[in-house]
Ligand binder design. Structure first.
Ligand code: F6R
Length: 616
């Protein structure tokens, strides 16, 4: 979950590392640090501080860093050891012969630490990471070069890791390793310089030519050279790719927060995604990266969608699409549950994973389980080249651009659009949809960016409705049918941003327990679109009102019956029922945003969270 950045080349490393850490702060923000390697022979200079990057900037102001052309940096999300200066990365061994940053958990760290202590190693921190620095130090002392030392140290570790190291013994060199699914290591190719990072966000200001380390791969970079190797010592041939991502999408632009910018970017992100997957005239789907998964669309008997958090909610919408459009049995599963359940599946099941980052550990492990079972796989992903796209047989890309707010917004709506396109393609190849219906669905989806854009013109009016939640402790979000995932997502956005306890519930469950919560102090947000189950939601609202409960209803424009019934309402435009999730989520994103703002919460960096979850 931590962010990693490394630089070696002709420029001064410190400003590049610090800017990189600011770009990576969404990965973790409890401490940060850098290590710089001045010219040959001198010791690395390490500066690290508990707290956000601003604290580190302050610390560096006090003790100016030396000039150096090589360095590494890290922003941490604590796993072993509390956030403190000592536990912040980078870490060294006993001396300063090696400095490392790390993402992952050394599962055998207690045994390693005892073993190393028995050989005289003294530890400065409570972290599991420091054991890796001591292991590397021993291997360097034994005569290995840094790349070999990394390979040898990795062989001693259990768990998943991304590790980056430098050593004054090898000036101008940085070595990286990836084992398992603790997060990516991306290599950035510059002119006379090379970079490593956990994320594209920190590389894009410098280069768009990148390569992703595969599982069990190592890399050694210098200003003008890159070498790849396998953990087994074999040489590896890795070809970089040039991304079309725009570095400008990494800026906040005119907005106060990334999240507001990303909410407002949804019309463009949807238009780019839809444009990348289909044409309207003539109506034609162009899912060009389905690769080896394509023939399976015709053969499989069921679909299983997996994801976590917001992406799981998108998957839940996708289940509707596969059932309603392709008439294919479809299930969803939380990837972290699926991976441990010994699920029964094989080549008859198409596994569709949804992940904006393509690096979420539970999703990757679920995909490994699916692969071992022989199930064909497609991933819906916003990060080209990421690990889910490498594991899956085919990819449906979303084109939302970088998402930097910790709470996902534009990648939720674009994942839904991609799932809609995939369900249409599945229906088409299985002969389950007429040309006319296909054309109608394509037209309907293509109209959504403009509709969402019009909704967002009322951002401030929607935000005003959040005033009632400024002092509330609990909110219930109710939905049914395609609105259930939106109720769950609305509740997730509310709790993660504003820290208000919010529960998303299937409205049909109300009378089976949750209605006991309702009184005049327990508000409900009820999603009442115009899908077939609208009348059922009307009954729920009546039952809540009869118990003095307060209801904010999200209703279709012109639905006067519901507007009169609820205490307050937010309207969404009338769109085809299957596409209602795309319209209905917009006011809920804005409500959560405005509630968090009114409560003085840090919107882009909610407490305890990190954007990409790469440890269990
Ligand atoms: C919530 C949020 C998370 C992510 C989840 C999966 O706003 O962003 O719930 O959706 O961590 O991440 P990805 O999509 O990268 O697999």
């Amino acid at each position: 979950m931590c962010g990693i950045i490394a630089y070696t080349g002709s420029r001064q490393a410190a400003p590049i590392l610090l800017a990189g850490l600011r770009d990576l702060e969404y990965r973790g923000y409890d401490s940060a640090g850098v290590a710089l390697l001045p010219e040959a022979g001198s010791e690395p200079a390490v500066a690290k501080r508990r707290g956000k990057i601003a604290e580190l900037d302050g610390a560096i102001g006090e003790h100016a860093l030396p000039a150096a052309h090589t360095g590494i940096g890290h922003t941490r999300w604590a796993t072993h050891g509390s956030p403190s200066d000592a536990n912040a990365h980078p870490h060294t061994g006993c001396g300063s012969d090696v400095v490392i940053v790390h993402n992952g958990i050394v599962e055998n760290y207690a045994a390693l630490r005892a073993e190393l202590a028995g050989r005289g190693h003294a530890f400065d921190s409570e972290t599991d990471t420091e054991t890796i620095a001591h292991l590397l130090e021993e291997r360097l002392d034994a005569g290995s070069d840094l790349l070999a030392a990394m390979r040898e140290a990795c062989a001693r570790l259990t768990g998943s890791h991304a590790i980056v190291a430098l050593s004054p013994r090898e000036p101008g060199i940085v070595v990286g390793a990836r084992i398992g699914n603790a997060g990516g290591v991306v290599v950035g190719y510059g002119k006379g310089e090379m970079l490593l990072s956990s994320d594209l966000a920190a590389l894009l200001p410098h280069t768009r030519e990148v390569a992703f380390l595969a599982d069990r791969q190592l890399v050694r970079i210098s200003g003008d050279r890159v070498d790849y190797a396998g953990l087994d010592g074999s040489a590896a041939d890795v070809v970089p790719r040039t991304l079309s991502l725009d570095p400008a999408s990494a800026d906040k632009g005119a907005y106060d927060t990334y999240m507001r910018k990303e909410i407002m970017e949804q019309p463009a992100a949807l238009a780019d995604t839809i444009g990348g997957l289909m044409t309207v005239e003539p109506p034609r789907l162009s899912l060009d990266d389905l690769g080896e998964a394509r023939p399976w669309l015709e053969r499989v008997e069921r679909v299983l969608l997996v994801g976590m958090g917001t992406s799981l909610h998108a998957a839940m919408v996708g289940r509707w699409y596969f059932e309603q459009i392709a008439r294919l049995p479809a299930d969803i599963d939380n990837a972290s549950e699926f991976r441990y359940r010994e699920p029964v599946l094989g080549p008859e099941t198409l596994v569709v994973s949804v992940s904006q980052s393509g690096e979420t550990v539970d999703v990757l492990e679920a995909m490994n389980v699916a692969r071992a079972s022989g199930a064909p796989q497609i991933t819906i992903c916003n990060t080209p080249g990421s690990q889910t796209t490498r594991v899956a047989d085919g990819t449906v890309h979303t084109y939302a651009g970088l998402e930097r707010g910790v709470a996902s917004t534009k990648t939720f709506t674009t994942s839904i659009a991609a799932l809609f396109a995939l369900a249409l393609e599945t229906a088409r190849v299985r002969g389950r949809i007429s040309e006319d219906d296909l054309a109608r669905h394509v037209r309907d989806l293509a109209a959504m960016p403009e509709i969402v854009g019009r909704q967002l013109e009322s951002f401030d009016a929607i935000a005003a409705a959040a005033e009632r939640f400024r002092t509330t402790d609990h909110i219930l979000f109710l939905g049914r049918g395609p609105a259930l995932p939106i109720a769950l997502e609305g509740a997730l956005k509310m709790k993660e941003l504003s820290y208000v306890h919010a529960e998303g519930y299937a409205a049909g469950e109300m009378k089976h327990g949750p209605i006991a919560l309702i009184d005049s102090g327990f508000p409900t947000v009820a999603l009442a679109g115009q899908h077939a189950l609208r009348s059922k939601i009307v009954s729920n609202i009546e039952q809540i009102r009869a118990r003095d409960g307060e209801v904010l209803a999200v209703v279709t424009e012109g639905d006067d019956e519901l507007i009169a019934l609820a205490n307050e309402s937010l309207t969404v435009p009338s769109v085809p029922a299957l596409l209602e999730p795309l319209a209905a989520i917009v006011p809920l994103q804005v409500l959560a945003y405005a509630t968090a703002e009114a409560r003085g919460c840090n919107i882009d960096q909610p407490r305890n969270l990190a954007k990409t979850v790469t440890v269990e």
